[in-house]
Design a protein around this ligand. Sequence first.
Ligand code: MD6
Ligand code: FE
Length: 204
Amino acid sequence: MNLFATAQLPPGVVLQRGVARDPAIIAALETVIAAAPLRTMITPRGPMSVRMTNCGSLGWVSDASGYRYAPADPATKLPWPPIPDALATLARRCAEDAGFPEFYPDACLINQYTPGAQMGLHQDRDERDFAQPIVSVSLGLPARFTIGGETRKHATFDIELEHGDVVVFGGPARRMYHGVKRIAPGHHPLLGARRLNVTFRRAG
Ligand code: MD6
Ligand code: FE
């Protein structure tokens, strides 16, 4: 772990650099994407630039009426694929190392960014229990991840997330606004011109 970087982060944000570099993680994600393909989700404010899918008993979905967790893929009406063991184990270990033992995610959101894609400043607040952390894995192209405070007006700062980095958002960080700046063009040896972000949540 990078203690210098970690020391500057707000309380509840734990950065674990390079802990998710095992290629088995990408292989597991590809099985999920094969069963539940990435798709553009619509929000009440328009289409997202990021393509998304899910695994787990609940998945994050959005349409023109708003967003929510749902047990089935709206595209097929089938349950989302299960969270592969390699991914659930990674998430549980990272949460434990950040001070959150017994993290058993039931929702795993996979976001695919290509150059130019971004994610606006948001809070994740549709999960039932904010005492449970969110574990976020970054793969492929690097990203500037913006962290603010509990209101939109709060000052923000950016951290650079690279392939294999994990961020655990827990405790006071759980309600902080955050987002991802436009991904710059580039090529990653394993993922090409894309970034995958995988967030593990206890939603239900
Ligand atoms: C991303 N991440 O890194 C978007 N949310 O592409 C998130 O929105 C996020 O990294 C909650 C907790 C950690 C995160
Ligand atoms: Fe988020």
